[in-house]
Design a protein around this ligand. Structure first.
Ligand code: NAI
Ligand code: NA
Length: 400
C-alpha cells in the first residue's frame, strides 16, 4: 500500500514504517557524534520507550556513549488488516534491530505499564535474562488515563487551568490554522485526578515493586521528566492541572531519592524544554508559545529536539565525570535552561504580542512545528519516497 499522512484533530491516523526507521536512524546518528555519556548506566529500564523523550533517552543511552542494554516498555499497536499500526511500534522494532546490530540487548514489552502482569513479566525478564538488576529506571510515560491500583477504575486527567478560565489559540494540525478556544478551569476533583494520572504515584509504585523484587542494582538511579515553563505559559501549564501533577512528581523524586540513597542510588526529575510530541500537541492554548519559541531558539542557534535534550541530560547532568548531579534549589535537574534564558523569553513575548490566526506561519515556526509532528509519524523526510508501495504484510509476522 501507499501510505499518506492522515491527520484528524491532533492525532495522526497513519504512520510510515520507512520514515519511522529514518527517524530512529537520525537520532542514532546524532548521538554517535555528540558529546558522549561517560560513566553511564549499563542496564536500563525505560518506561514509555517508544516515542518522545523516552525513545530519545533509550537511543542516547544505547548509542550516545554508555552502550547500555535496555528494556523498553510502551503501549503501541502493531500492523493489522485494519491499520498500519502506530509509529511507536515501528520505533521499538527499529531501535531493537539497530541496538542488536551493535551487540546490545534491546528487549521490548508492548502493553500496559500499569498492569501487575506486565510488571511481573519485566521483573522475571530482568532476573532470568537481563543479568538480575537494572542501574537506571527512566520514567517517561505520558497518558490521559490510569487505572486506580486499588479499584481498577479508570482515572482520567484533564488539561485545564486552575482559577479563572482563559482564552487562547491552539494550532489545528489537521487544517493548518489557529483555533480560538477557552481553557476551562478545573474543579478540585479534576485537579486531583490529573495528579493521580500524571503525578508521581505510579513512578513510586514502579520503584517499589522493582525494589521489593530485588532488581535495583547498588547505586541505581531513576529519572522522570517534567515541564515548568515561564511567566508566559504559567497560567496554561504550571498553575494548571498538569503543573499540579508535576509538583507532585517533584515531591515524589525527593521521597524516592531518600529510598534509593540506602542503596547508594539517587532519584531526580529533569525539567525539559517544550517540544512537539504525541502528547504535547494536545495541550490547549500552548502551541503559539512553541511556535514563537522554536523561531527564537533556532535564530539564536539554541534549538534542541528530544534527542539533543536527552543526550545533554545524560552526558552533562546525570552522569558527569565527577558523579555530581547539578541541581537547582528545588533539587531539579534543569535542561530547560536555554528555553528560559531571559533574552529568549523576551523575544518570544515580542512575537506572541503580534501573533494571531493570520500571521502565525510567518511570525512563528509553524513549518518546524508541523514538520516535527509529521516526523513523529514517519512523514516529512526528504529522502523517503512516499509514492512507493510499503508492504505491511512483511511486518505482520515480526515483533518489536
Ligand atoms: P510521548 O507521548 O511521546 O511518549 C509517551 C510514552 O508513554 C510512549 O512510549 C507510550 O507508548 C507510553 N505509554 C503511554 N501509556 C502507556 C501505558 N499505559 N503503558 C505503557 N506505555 C505507555 O510523550 P512525551 O512528550 O515524551 O512525554 C514523556 C514525559 O515527558 C511526560 O512526563 C511529559 O510530561 C514530559 N515532558 C514533555 C515535554 C514536551 O514538551 N513534550 C516537556 C517536558 C516534559
Ligand atoms: Na516518552
Amino acid at each position: 500500500m501507499i501510505i499518506k499522512p492522515v491527520i484528524k484533530g491532533q492525532v495522526a491516523k497513519t504512520c510510515h514504517p520507512i520514515g519511522c526507521k529514518k527517524a530512529v536512524e537520525e537520532q542514532i546518528d546524532y548521538v554517535r557524534q555528540a558529546d558522549p555519556i561517560k560513566n553511564g548506566p549499563k542496564k536500563v529500564l525505560v518506561l514509555g520507550a517508544s516515542s518522545g523523550f523516552g525513545l530519545a533517552s533509550r537511543i542516547s543511552l544505547a548509542f550516545g556513549g554508555a552502550k547500555a542494554d535496555t528494556i523498553g516498555v510502551a503501549f503501541e499497536r502493531g500492523p493489522s488488516e485494519a491499520s498500519v499500526g502506530s509509529a511507536g511500534w515501528y520505533n521499538a522494532l527499529y531501535f531493537r534491530e539497530a541496538a542488536e546490530q551493535e551487540g546490545l540487548i534491546a528487549k521490548n514489552f508492548i502493553g500496559d505499564a500499569f498492569s501487575a502482569e506486565m510488571r511481573q513479566q519485566i521483573i522475571d525478564y530482568i532476573k532470568t535474562e537481563f543479568g538480575g538488576t537494572v542501574d537506571l529506571v527512566v520514567y517517561s510515560l505520558a497518558t490521559g488515563v490510569r487505572p486506580d491500583p486499588e479499584t481498577g477504575q479508570k482515572i482520567r486527567s484533564s488539561l485545564k487551568t486552575v482559577g479563572e478560565p482563559l482564552t487562547g489559540y491552539t494550532v489545528n494540525l489537521e487544517k493548518d490554522c489557529f483555533d480560538e478556544g477557552v481553557l476551562e478551569a478545573a474543579d478540585p476533583q479534576e485537579i486531583e485526578d490529573t495528579v493521580r494520572v500524571m503525578g508521581g504515584e505510579d513512578w513510586a509504585e514502579w520503584i517499589k515493586v522493582l525494589s521489593d523484587a530485588g532488581v535495583l542494582a547498588e547505586g541505581c538511579q531513576t529519572v522522570a521528566y517534567s515541564y515548568i515553563g515561564s511567566q508566559i505559559t504559567r497560567r496554561i501549564y504550571h498553575e494548571g492541572t498538569l503543573g499540579h501533577a508535576k509538583e507532585h512528581l517533584h515531591k515524589t523524586a525527593d521521597v524516592l531519592d531518600e529510598q534509593l540513597r540506602k542503596i547508594g542510588g539517587q532519584a531526580h526529575v529533569a525539567v525539559c524544554k517544550a517540544l512537539v510530541t504525541k502528547a504535547s500537541v494536545f495541550i490547549p492554548a500552548f502551541s503559539p508559545y512553541i511556535l514563537a519559541l522554536f523561531k527564537v531558539m533556532k535564530e539564536l542557534g539554541l534549538h534542541e529536539g528530544c534527542i539533543e535534550q536527552m543526550q545533554r541530560l545524560f552526558a552533562q547532568r546525570l552522569y558527569t565525570e565527577t558523579g555530581e548531579v547539578p541541581v537547582d534549589d528545588q533539587r531539579l535537574v534543569r535542561v530547560d535552561d536555554w528555553e528560559l534564558r531571559p533574552d529568549v523569553q523576551e523575544k518570544v513575548q515580542v512575537i506572541l504580542n503580534e501573533m494571531g490566526p493570520d500571521n502565525f506561519p510567518e511570525l512563528g515556526d509553524y513549518e518546524g512545528y508541523k514538520n516535527d509532528f509529521l516526523k513523529l509519524n514517519g512523514f516529512g523526510f526528504t529522502d523517503v519516497n512516499y509514492d512507493e508501495e510499503v508492504s505491511i504484510e512483511n511486518f505482520a509476522s515480526r515483533q518489536p
